[in-house]
Design a protein around this ligand. Structure first.
Ligand SMILES: Cc1cc2nc3c(=O)[nH]c(=O)nc-3n(C[C@H](O)[C@H](O)[C@H](O)COP(=O)(O)OP(=O)(O)OC[C@H]3O[C@@H](n4cnc5c(N)ncnc54)[C@H](O)[C@@H]3O)c2cc1C
Length: 242
C-alpha cells in the first residue's frame, strides 16, 4: 500500500550524463526489483513514470524530451521531488551468462539489472546503442560494474556503426547468451524479439507506454488486454499488436 501513496524526497545530487540526460540521486532508499519504475510527481506540473536506476540511494535518469522532463531538469540539490513506487513487474534474472541490450535511455533500468546480476555473480555482456557518441548512456558505469560493454552508434561516431540490434545479432551468434534483457524504443524491442526467437534465446523486454495512474486502474497504458504499468513494464514476450 505504501508504494501507492506519494512520498517526498530531497534531491541530493544532480549528475549531467549527456547533453539531454541527467541523473537525480534522492535522499531516499526503497526496496525494488530491477525493471520496476516509480511515478515522479511535481505538484502543479505532472506525474510521469521513470525506471529505477538504483534503489538506494534512490536514483532516476531522465531524458529531457518535453514539459515534465524539462521541469525535472530544473531541479537542483535541496529541492523536493515526490514519488510513488516501486511499481510494476520487473525482470526475472536467470542463466549465468546474460546479454543486456540498451537503446538510448533504455540503459536506465538495465543499470539496476546489471547491479543485481553482478551481486549474483553472473557474467554480464552489454550491447549499448545510441544515435551518436554524446548520447551513449552509462558506458563507463556499466564497465565499472564488471560488465563487458560493446557500443554502437547510428552515425558511426563511436563503436560499431549501425543499430544496436546489429550488435545483438553478432553477440548472440558469437556468445550464445542464456538470456537477453532489452529496453529501448518499440521498433528496437520488436527487432530484439525477432532475433531472439530465431535463435531460441529467451528474452525479456521493458516496454514504454503513456501512463496515468501507474497501478492498473485507468487503462491508459493498455495493450492487447494487458496493462503495461501492472502486468509489465517487463514482458517475456512482446504483447501481440504492441
Ligand atoms: C515504465 C516506464 C519507464 C520509463 N523510464 C524512463 C527513464 O528511465 N528515463 C526517461 O527519461 N524516460 C523514461 N520513461 C519515459 C518518460 O515517462 C517520458 O519521457 C515522459 O513521460 C515525458 O514527459 P514530458 O512531459 O517531458 O514529455 P511529453 O510531452 O509527454 O513527450 C515528449 C515526447 O516524448 C514522447 N514520449 C513521451 N512519453 C513517452 C512514452 N511513455 N512512450 C513513448 N514515447 C513517449 C512523446 O511522443 C513526445 O514526442 C519511461 C516510461 C515508462 C512507461
Amino acid at each position: 500500500m505504501r508504494d501507492r501513496l506519494p512520498r517526498v524526497a530531497t534531491v541530493a545530487q544532480v549528475i549531467p550524463e549527456t547533453s539531454k540526460v541527467t541523473t537525480f540521486v534522492l535522499d531516499a532508499a526503497i526496496k525494488a526489483h530491477p525493471g520496476q519504475f516509480l511515478m515522479a510527481w511535481l505538484p502543479g506540473v505532472n506525474e510521469k513514470p521513470f525506471s529505477i536506476v538504483r534503489p538506494g540511494p534512490l536514483t532516476i535518469t531522465v531524458a529531457n524530451v518535453g514539459n515534465f522532463t524539462d521541469a525535472l531538469h530544473r531541479l537542483v540539490p535541496g529541492e523536493r521531488l515526490w514519488y510513488r513506487g516501486p511499481l510494476g513487474r520487473g525482470f526475472r534474472l536467470s542463466g549465468r551468462d546474460i546479454l543486456l541490450v540498451a537503446g538510448g535511455y533504455g540503459a536506465a533500468p538495465l543499470h539496476f539489472l546489471a547491479l543485481a546480476a553482478r551481486d549474483s555473480g553472473m557474467a554480464v555482456r552489454v550491447a549499448l546503442g545510441a544515435r551518436a557518441q554524446e548520447d551513449l548512456l552509462f558506458p563507463g558505469r556499466l564497465a565499472g560494474l564488471g560488465c563487458r560493454v560493446w557500443t554502437c552508434t547510428e552515425d558511426g561516431s563511436f563503436g560499431e556503426r549501425g543499430p544496436v540490434t546489429d550488435l545483438l545479432q553478432s553477440l548472440a551468434d558469437q556468445h550464445r547468451p542464456k538470456s537477453v534483457y532489452a529496453c529501448g524504443p518499440q521498433a528496437m524491442l520488436q527487432a530484439v524479439a525477432g532475433i531472439c526467437d530465431a535463435r531460441g534465446i529467451p528474452y525479456q523486454v521493458s516496454m514504454e507506454r503513456y501512463m496515468r495512474c501507474g497501478m492498473g486502474l485507468c487503462g491508459s497504458c493498455a495493450v492487447a488486454g494487458l496493462r503495461v504499468c501492472r502486468d509489465g513494464p517487463v514482458f517475456s514476450r512482446l504483447p501481440p499488436g504492441s
